[in-house]
Design a binder for this molecule. Structure first.
Ligand SMILES: [Cu+2]
Length: 158
């Protein structure tokens, strides 16, 4: 090769190398850009459930006994919990143990019923509080409600 051909070859070579370097840099930027996006997406994915949990239902658990005592020669059937407060949408779990007598558990408006007929057995009543308001839970055994076997479930609108 003579000098006249070598010079253009070198120039073309320099351009080619410059082009390769430039291309690699662009590629890296693109990769970095993707990496950043992925990190962002991951962060969003990690935090999203926590945010939804706050908005969605929580499990609210309660425990009570159901029994009667004799006051002035009169039986006083009752639940140990007289009031329960939850938020609308909560999953409500109530554990009930009957320690004396024959009782059950009912909430008319929410379609909840548990026949807690066995003594000292833990019954678990579970339902979603899908309506806001105040509801009475009570025992359906004859005259139990009238004699005090009831309580109030407050479902608060968020
Ligand atoms: Cu009762």
């Amino acid at each position: 090769m003579n000098k006249k051909t070598i010079i253009p070859v070198i120039i073309i070579g320099i351009f080619a190398i410059a082009a390769i370097i430039a291309f690699n840099k662009t590629n890296q930027t693109a990769k970095n850009g993707n990496a950043t996006n992925n990190t962002l997406n991951n962060n969003i994915a990690e935090t999203a459930p926590a945010v939804t949990e706050n908005k969605e239902s929580e499990v609210r658990e309660f425990a009570m006994t159901s029994f009667y005592e004799i006051v002035d020669d009169q039986p006083k059937p009752q639940y140990s919990l007289k009031e329960i407060a939850v938020k609308k949408g909560d999953l409500v779990r109530i554990k009930i143990i009957v320690t004396k007598g024959m009782h059950d558990f009912k909430i008319d408006e929410l379609g909840v019923y548990a026949d807690t007929k066995e003594l000292n057995k833990e019954y678990v009543v579970e339902f979603t509080a899908d309506k806001a308001g105040e509801f009475i839970y009570y025992c359906t055994k004859p005259s139990h409600k009238q004699n005090g076997h009831w309580g109030t479930l407050k479902v608060l609108d968020n």
